[in-house]
Structures are given as C-alpha cells and as structure tokens.
Design a protein around this ligand. Structure first.
Ligand code: MTE
Ligand code: LUZ
Ligand code: MOS
Length: 765
C-alpha cells in the first residue's frame, strides 16, 4: 500500500491551511513590513488605513496583551516592531479586514516614518563591529599550533557560501479561530506546533492550555517552518483574541520571500595542513555566520556547523571557531542540513586547494583521510558502526571513480569548447537534535472497535513521508495491513510538548514512540487472546497478516474479531507512549560529549560538462551509495535522497540570493529566483542503498534520511571547478558559491567572482 497522500495530492484533494473553509465572520490579515533595513520609527499612524471600507482594526506593538517577544533561543525578536526596525520586511503593523483585497489595500495607507540608520549586511563587517549574537565558540582536538611544523603542505584560503530560499510551494500561513473563554485554535503551516503554541501563549499572556495548534500537513517546510511559521500564527491568534473573529493570514509569495529568513550565508577562513603522504594533520577554520537581525535558531545552526567541521574525515588536530554575526537582513533560519552543509563546503574547498597545490587527485586525499571505526570527532564522540569507508568502497566498486575521471580527461583532451569535470563527495551527518532536550517524542494510538487504527504523534507531514513510515511501523507492530492505519492531524491537545519535526529525526523519534504505544496495546491483546484461545502463554501469541498466531501457527481468530471481542471484554485499546533518545549528552563548557545517537554516511560521484563559451554547466550524472540503515519505506527514502540532492545541487550551482546596498532582497518574486527543476537534475541519477546496513539506534534498524543527501550536492560545485580547471590552467583559487553561470563566466575570463554575500566593508584581518 503506497502513501495515502499521494492519491490526494494527484487529485488535488489534499488540504492545506488556505483550503480550510472560512469560519463565519472571518477576517483577513495583511502585514506591513519595514521598508528600510535599519532605523528608528518616528511615526506610525493607522488612521488612513482605518478609513478603508471593510477594515476592522490595525494592530501594532501597543496592542499586545502579553509579551511582545517570540525569540525561541534569545529574547531578541519582537512580534511587531517597537521603536526600531532591524531588517526590510520586519513586521510593524497588521491590518485586519473583511476581505483580503481591503486588508492589502489599506496596508498602503498606514503612515510609517523611519529615521534611517546605517545597515550592516555582511557577517565579517558585523563581527568587526562586535555585533555577535553570543560569544564565539570553539571546538578543539589535539594541538593544531604544534602540528603545522610537521606539515609538508599547508593551504589557506577563504570560502563563501550563499543563502538559499526554501521555496516551499505552500507559503507561510495560519488561521486562528477564537473559542470560548479566551481560548484559541490555530491551524498553522508549521513544523513546530508546540513552538507556535508556546509563543502564542507568551504573546497573548495566557497559559499554553488555552492555545490548541493543529496541523494537517505542509506543502513543504525544509526547515523554513521550523521556527518561522510562528510569527504569522501568533499574529492570527492576536487578531482573533482582540476582535473575537477568526483571522486568516497566508503570505503572498512576495511577502514570504521578503519577510522570512533563508539558509545562512557563511564566509569562512580555512587552513589545512597535510603530511607528505596526504594525511590531514591539522585543520583550522573560522566561520562567520550571517545570522540576520535576530537570533532565531542561529546559535543551534552555528553549533551544527562546528559538529560537522571535519565532514567525513578523521583529523587529529583541529580548531574550529564560529561566530554568529548580527546583521540587518531578515533572520536566517533552519534549512535542510542546518549549518552542516556550510561547514562541509569549507573543508571540501580546503581539500580542493590542497589537491591542486600538491598535484594529486582530491579523491585520493579524501579516501586517505576518511573516518574509520573508532575515529574521534573534535567534539569527543567516536565514530561507531562507521560506514564511511564501506560507502566509499561500494560506490567506487559500482561506478569506478578512476574510470569516470579518466573518461572526463579523455574528453577534455579532444574537446576545446566543452570540458568535463568530476568530484567525489563523502557525507557524514549526525542524527539527533544537538540540543539534547529536544530528542523526545510522544504518540497516542487508538485501536477502534472495528479494528482500524488512529495514530497521533508530534510529527508533522511535510512531504517527507513520515506518516507513511509511521503507518508501516504500526502495521509491523500489530500485524495489520497499512491500509488499516490512519494518521491524525498533529495537534497539541493530543500529543503535548513536542519537538519540531526536524533534524531528520521526525520518523526516528515519533516512530519509536508510536511503536512503544503499539507494543503496550499488543501486550494487552496477547493476554486477551491467550485467554480466549484456552489459556495459552501470552508470549506464544503473535500477530501477522491480520491474524492471531499461536506459537507461530495461524489460529481462527482474525484481527477484526479479536478487536471486536477485546472491546466488548473491556480491554483498553488506546495507549500513549513517550520516547527519549538514550545515551546522548553534551557538555557545552568542555565542548565534548556524545551529541548524536548515530551518524549517516554516504558517497556520491558527480560528473558535469561545462560549455566554455556560455559558462553554462550541465550535471550529467550523480551516482551514489547511501546508508539508510534498514529502510522502513524504500520508495520514500529514494524520494528523499533525490529531493535532497536536487536541493543541494541548486544551492551550489543555481540559486542566487542577493541584496542591494540598502538591504533589499533582489529576488523578491518567484520569477527572479531559479530553483532546480527536472531539466536541471542529472539525467543519470543512480541511488544505491548500502547493503546489509543495520542501525541499532533507531526504530526498526532505520536511519534518518531527510537532510544528509543534500550535501552530495556539494560534489557538483567541485566537479564544475574541475571542469573549469581543465579549461583554464591558471584558475583562480576562488571558492564562492553558488557557482552560477555568471560566476563561471567570470572565472573563465580570469576574473575573481566576488562574494555571494554582500561584502561592503573590508574584513577585519
Ligand atoms: N521532504 C519534503 N518533501 N518536504 C520537506 O519539507 N523537509 C526536510 C526533509 N525532507 C522536507 C523533506 C527537512 S529540512 C527535514 S529536517 C526532514 O525532512 C524532516 O522530516 P523527518 O525528520 O521526518 O525526516
Ligand atoms: N533543529 C534544531 C535542527 O533545533 N536542532 C538541530 O540540531 C537541528 N538539526 C537539523 C535541523 N534542525
Ligand atoms: Mo530540517 S532543517 O531539520 O527542518
């Protein structure tokens, strides 16, 4: 049985927030965002907007009954601007009107005057001014300073990676419906129903029990709705509380692009030292993370960059320092990979520079330094059940890296107009929220009297297939067909205090909680069936193919009959369970611990062809071996690998996010932003899953899959650089991503490409 929602999607029957029928008296909201990146509000007068017919009320910071604060980590993010504005698009006021058109029209007639202050847009410039969110953090291993003198080769350089727009098909939105006695129900397109509940309660000044958040599904989240679905939901709740009417707010694409955060741009300095034989002896790196104007999730994202500083490699001496820099851009936020891709890009740039400096193939250096069983990460955890070399070797055996590279070289000898390039990209990604307390989940399972099963968990379905995986987990635990199992909406009243569906751990955590709940019910049913079958041992009872088994043999009792009679016999057919990942801990003072339940591994080889005249590149092939553990749903996992890869390729080669000097986003409409489409994805895309891979640390031996494959996309950047190097022997040591067609042409012309992030001031060093 394939995914239930596939049929709904294809027929256009799946519902999203904006498909919910309008409650009687519903109002529409339109948010006025700041037109300038930094300044002091000198006048905010809504009287002009209130003249419009249909306008009911205009909300500003002064209307907030509770705290004007929604910062999830640091209290630095007002819901509505109060006194100062810190980025273009920052919410300042909200028009509530009877029609959407009236709300949007009236928004233009709010008088907003701002005394501008100079904006800081670049991370290094912000660091030079001391604009850090928190003190810098450093992860260290061994003795870096002592190691340099032993190195035969030391390369230094700079690497810059750009922002990335989530471009979920469903824009941010919410519908809040007031209920009796000051309570409210919020339908939100959020990955974090509890996060919305917590911040709505904070802003309204009510207990969390007065706020119910409900989520059917998202039309994509990709991290963009891990924290940044909150303001829109809270604005609706505020409007509902103040007017007594339901309030709907669904951002149009332009507002969504301008007002919400993207993947963090990073600018980094690296220094990599190698022994004669290519061993990585020492690695030093400083990351300047452009956090935008408020902390949002930036400190957690910065932390994950540090965790992934050494990528898939064992390096004995490391010092990685990370600075989260406050700038006047919309707060950057979670995006698939969560700081990991940015860190891995820097190390791959260092390896590329070293390989070119030493005249060896990058893949020989990569292979020489891969993580092995027992390798120690800079944060103190060891690589256990390490599959880095297995993935590499299986990929090399299946695809023959040397043959692919020599075919490219052969092409390059005989073609002047086009050049081929190749690169291998190994990935190692830690699974668990790096904040240990987030690694918990709950589930509520009901077996109804007709034998059908309803499941509620904290997991949000956003296209990643978590519902399908949970159905399969239930089917396996109870021995029933997946068709019997249906996932309820994700609702804070059914399962409370949940973590966001994120960190690729949604199925791990909620799947395990669901399995534990099923096992409780299963235990009761074993007892009941044992009695009914004339006093057998409960342990002898099993459930498979919708039948009750006794000592492995089929009995006349089938699932519907079992449940019907169990219900009549007053057996509890419901269970709640909670799962907390065991054995994870992290000491932030020492910066050492065991933050991850396990790691995901894989290796990809990418081939590109560069058109030397036009600067265009085509990705010819990506072939990879990925460690998915024992997959719960192969088709879903394959889809996740393909989708994540496409997003990684887009980040590296295609998707360019830029701002003008005043801090205004240039790509403020869909037409100005390129996202990968089918024609961009390589025609040859071979995905093999690692054979005989088990994982003792997650449900049914599976592994989290949502994020890790994104980082295979980094290979395309270095494959394109490889092709560029074939076109130009004196290729500049410029590591700026994305390597768009424009940048490629500049490199072909022998020019530096400039940096993806605004770099308006000199860097401090
Ligand atoms: N796949 C689809 N189709 N849509 C999404 O929004 N989000 C990704 C990934 N895959 C996403 C997706 C991100 S950022 C994460 S963290 C995981 O799914 C979350 O789901 P999981 O933990 O259940 O894998
Ligand atoms: N969110 C979070 C995440 O809060 N902590 C994490 O470690 C994480 N990792 C990936 C994606 N989202
Ligand atoms: Mo994913 S960035 O953890 O939502």
């Amino acid at each position: 049985m394939s995914r239930e929602d596939v049929y709904l999607h294809v027929r256009g029957e799946s519902t999203f927030v904006d498909d919910l029928a309008a409650p009687a008296g519903q109002l529409f909201a339109a948010v006025l965002g700041s037109p300038v990146a930094h300044g002091t509000i000198t006048r905010l007068d809504a009287s002009g907007a209130l003249q419009h017919s249909g306008v009911v009320r205009v909300l500003t910071a002064a209307d907030i009954p509770g705290e004007n604060q929604i910062g999830p980590i640091l209290p630095d993010e007002p819901l509505l601007a109060d006194g100062t504005v810190h980025h273009v698009g920052q919410p300042v006021a909200v028009v509530l009107a009877e029609t959407l058109a009236a709300a949007r029209r009236a928004r233009r007639d709010i008088a907003l005057e701002i005394d501008p202050l100079p904006p800081v847009l670049d991370a290094r410039a912000a660091a030079a001014r001391g604009q850090l969110l928190l003190p810098a953090r450093t992860f260290a291993l061994g003795d870096v300073d002592a190691a340099w003198s032993r190195c035969a080769q030391v390369v230094t350089g700079r690497a810059d990676s750009g922002a990335q727009e989530h471009f979920y098909l469903e824009t941010q939105g919410a519908l809040a419906v007031p209920a009796e006695n000051g309570t409210v129900v919020i339908h939100s397109s959020t990955q974090s129903p509890t996060g919305v509940q917590r911040q709505a309660a904070r802003v309204l000044g009510v207990p969390m029990h007065a706020v119910e958040v409900d989520v059917r599904r998202l039309g994509g989240g990709f991290g963009g709705k891990e924290d940044q679905a909150t303001p829109w939901a809270v604005i609706c709740a505020l409007g509902a509380a103040l007017t007594g009417c339901a309030v709907r707010l669904v951002l149009d694409r332009r507002d969504d692009l301008v007002m919400t955060g993207k993947r963090h741009p990073y600018s980094s300095d690296f220094k990599l030292g190698l022994a004669e034989d290519g061993e990585f002896l020492a690695y030093e790196v400083v990351y300047y993370q452009n956090a935008g104007s408020a902390a949002d999730l930036s400190p957690a994202i910065l932390e994950r960059s540090l965790f992934h500083a050494t990528g898939s490699y064992a390096i004995a001496n490391v010092r990685a320092t990370a600075l989260s820099c406050r700038t006047n851009l919309a707060p950057f936020t979670a995006f698939r990979g969560f700081g990991g891709p940015q860190a891995m890009f820097v190390l791959e740039a260092a390896i590329d520079a070293a390989a070119r400096g030493m005249g060896v193939a990058a893949r020989d250096l990569q292979r020489r330094n891969l993580l092995r069983e027992g390798s120690v990460f800079p944060y103190g955890q060891t690589a256990d059940e390490c599959h880095a070399e297995r993935c590499w070797n299986e990929a090399d055996r299946a695809y023959d890296f040397a043959a692919i590279a020599s075919a490219a070289a052969e092409h390059n000898r005989s073609h002047a107009g086009t050049k081929k390039g190749t690169a291998v990209m190994p990935v190692c990604f830690g699974i668990s929220f790096t904040n240990p307390s987030l690694n918990q989940a709950g589930a509520l399972v009901h077996v109804y009297a007709d034998g059908s099963v309803g499941v509620a968990t904290g997991a949000v379905e956003m296209g990643q297939g978590v519902n399908q995986k949970i159905r399969r987990i239930v089917a396996a635990a109870l021995g029933v067909a997946t068709a019997r199992v249906r996932l309820d909406t994700t609702n804070t009243s059914r399962v409370a205090n949940t973590s966001p569906t994120a960190a690729s751990a949604g199925a791990d955590l909620n799947g395990m909680a669901t399995r534990l709940a099923c096992l409780q019910i299963r235990g009761r049913l074993q007892q009941f069936a044992a009695d009914r079958l004339g006093g057998a041992e409960p342990a002898q009872i099993g459930f498979a193919d919708e039948r009750v088994l006794l000592a492995g043999q089929s009995t006349p009792l089938d699932w519907p009959e079992l449940i019907r009679s169990a219900q009549l016999a007053r057996i509890d057919l419901s269970a709640h369970a909670h799962y907390a990942t065991p054995r994870i801990a992290f000491d932030k003072t020492a910066e050492k611990g065991r933050p991850f339940a396990y790691h995901v591994y894989g290796t990809a080889i990418t081939e590109v062809t560069l058109d030397c005249l036009r600067g265009t590149a085509t990705i010819d092939a990506v072939r990879l071996v990925h460690d998915a553990g024992k997959s719960i749903d192969l088709a879903t996992d394959r889809g996740q690998v393909e989708g994540a890869l496409a997003q990684g390729l887009g980040w590296m080669l295609l998707e360019d996010v830029t701002w003008d000097e005043a801090g205004r986003l240039r790509q403020d409409t869909a037409g100005k932003y390129k996202v990968p489409d089918l024609g961009f994805v390589p025609p040859v895309l071979e995905v093999a899953f690692l054979e005989d891979a088990d994982n003792p640390h997650a449900v049914l031996g599976s592994k989290g899959i949502g994020e890790p494959p994104l980082m295979y996309g980094i290979g395309a950047y270095f494959a394109l650089r490889d092709a560029l190097a074939a076109a130009r022997g004196d290729l500049a040591a410029d590591y700026t991503a994305p390597l768009t067609c424009e940048r490629t042409l500049q490199l072909l012309a022998g020019r530096a490409t400039g940096h993806a992030t605004p770099n308006l001031e000199e860097s401090p060093s």
